[in-house]
Design a protein around this ligand. Structure first.
Ligand code: HEM
Ligand code: HEM
Length: 436
């Protein structure tokens, strides 16, 4: 009895140790992936200080940095704010463009933005202009420069370590622009054609490049930070729920149900425990993903979404087994088992694929990817170890069985005095039984 208690304690400790390890890894991943943010680089800071701007911050995407200074003024009895801004972002290729602008509309979004755009040509020459970004731009109409009175002194400042910087003075009428809730938008494109900026990529970093900024405060979270946080939570819950607990549940069912270990009924409780928790945690993550997808008005990650919906649907069907499985004695139980196993393994494949797709979309860096690869490698190594053990045990048992059969036959031949008994049953292949 004491040995059983000790074994249970060890099992519990093993499980909680693993959960703690996952939480630590995950906490670190959330920190790593929560946007770029933070202080400006030394070089950018120098340019900002040269223009007497007291405020500077790194924007959360595209390696962009932003410095500013503001003062209120009254002209013709109307209040306005004069804001000096410095915007810098790196270009990946020899040609391309960087843009920064403000949006007087309800949301910080591309359509409706009044922007300044710096274009760099392949031969090293450049051009800077102001643009009205409209619905037509989204529909791929050519973006043409327009005169925007908000902007003055628009100029290019310097190129420091491949980062291009633009400066401008903006005069913002107080009735359309609230500087403590200013919608600002930035973007980087990789291609130009005949002096016009061509569409930028639409990865998460490119569609995340908007923010509602409070110019009267330097510190404090930007609007997008909550969203980044939810994305990380979404990723982490999916990784734990679908990507870790479900495979552990499958490993338990495969190796501890009949062979090489027979741990009845413990395997069943552990299996449904893992599958149920995995399903609930995964579904929470999935629902967060859906709501994030729903609230992102202009973009959808179609393949990731479709696989996500398949995963939820198939796992719900698998979970129905909880109540709707045929009895052990039913004729068609064999076929039901085949289908349940087949769907389970298929589901695992889609889950792994979608997790890597999600990590790709998030562009959270190697921490996510290697963190999950390490997790998979550990699970894979455990499954591989158990599979090898299963075969070794099977072969050993088979040999034992043959040996026993030979010995039985020998005694049958030599011991003729004994009356002929019925043929003895063969020793079946024995699993290792667990202490329950
Ligand atoms: C050069 C012409 C441009 C084209 C053809 C273009 C096209 C697009 C398209 C099609 C999307 C939607 C992405 C999706 O559905 O996944 C988008 C999003 C976005 N674009 Fe542009 N864009 C252009 C210029 C700009 C400029 C100059 C800026 C910055 C001032 C900008 C900022 C954004 C932002 C922040 C988003 C994210 C979603 C949103 O806020 O609407 N784009 N763009
Ligand atoms: C099997 C696991 C996963 C499932 C079932 C799943 C499901 C979903 C669903 C249904 C959406 C909404 C898509 C849309 O409507 O556009 C979504 C969005 C997203 N997922 Fe996942 N996901 C999984 C894993 C991950 C992982 C591991 C990550 C990252 C580490 C991730 C990152 C994202 C991101 C960044 C979005 C876009 C959110 C936005 O629109 O702002 N996903 N996911």
């Amino acid at each position: 009895m004491a040995a059983v208690g000790e074994a249970k304690k060890k099992r519990k400790m093993g499980c909680s140790g693993r959960v703690a390890l996952i939480i630590l890894t995950v906490g670190w991943m959330v920190r790593v992936s929560n946007g770029e943010g933070g202080e400006c680089s030394e070089e950018f800071m120098k340019l900002v200080e040269k223009k007497n701007m007291p405020e500077c911050k790194r924007l959360r995407t595209l390696g962009a940095q932003f410095g500013w200074r503001y003062e209120y003024s009254v002209r013709n009895k109307s209040m306005r704010t004069v804001v000096d801004i410095m915007f810098g972002a790196p270009l990946k290729f020899q040609e391309g463009w960087i843009a920064w602008g403000v949006n007087p509309g309800k949301r910080a979004e591309m359509v409706g933005t009044r922007a300044m755009v710096f274009l760099k040509r392949r031969n090293g020459t450049w051009r800077i202009d102001t643009y009205n970004v409209t619905k037509e731009t989204r529909n791929r109409c050519i973006l043409l420069p327009s005169n925007i009175t908000l902007f003055s002194n628009v100029s290019i400042q310097a190129e420091v370590s491949n980062m291009y910087t633009m400066y401008a003075r903006l005069t913002l009428p107080s009735d359309s622009y609230n500087i403590s809730k200013l919608n600002h938008v930035w973007q980087v494109g990789d291609a130009i054609e005949e002096d016009h900026p061509l569409s930028h990529p639409t990865t998460l970093r490119n569609v995340d490049s908007t923010e509602v900024i409070d110019l009267t405060r330097t510190k404090g979270p930007g609007t997008g930070q909550y969203r980044s946080y939810l994305r990380s939570v979404h990723g982490v819950l999916n990784i734990i729920g679908w990507g870790t607990l479900l495979p552990i549940g499958i490993i338990i069912a495969r190796y501890f149900r009949v062979f090489p270990f027979k741990c009845d009924p413990m395997w069943f409780y552990l299996h449904i425990g893992c599958q149920l928790t995995g399903f609930l945690v995964g579904t929470t993550g999935w629902a967060i993903g859906l709501s994030l997808g729903h609230s992102s008005r202009y973009y959808t990650f179609q393949a990731h979404r479709t696989y996500g919906i398949l995963i939820f649907t198939f796992s719900t069907v698998q979970m129905l087994a909880f109540r709707l499985k045929p009895k052990e004695t039913d004729d068609y139980r064999k076929y039901w088992n085949m289908y349940h196993h087949f769907l389970g393994y298929g589901l695992l494949a889609i889950i792994f694929l979608n997790i890597f797709k999600g990590i790709n979309i998030l562009e959270g860096g190697d921490a996510w990817k290697w963190g999950y690869i390490a997790n998979l490698a550990l699970l894979g190594a455990i499954a591989f170890g158990l599979e090898v053990f299963t075969w070794i045990h099977f072969i050993a048992q088979k040999q034992k069985q043959k040996q026993k059969q030979k010995e039985d036959e020998k005694t049958k031949h030599t011991d003729t005095s004994e009356p002929q008994t019925k043929h003895k049953p063969l020793h079946s292949i024995q699993p290792i039984r667990c202490l329950n």
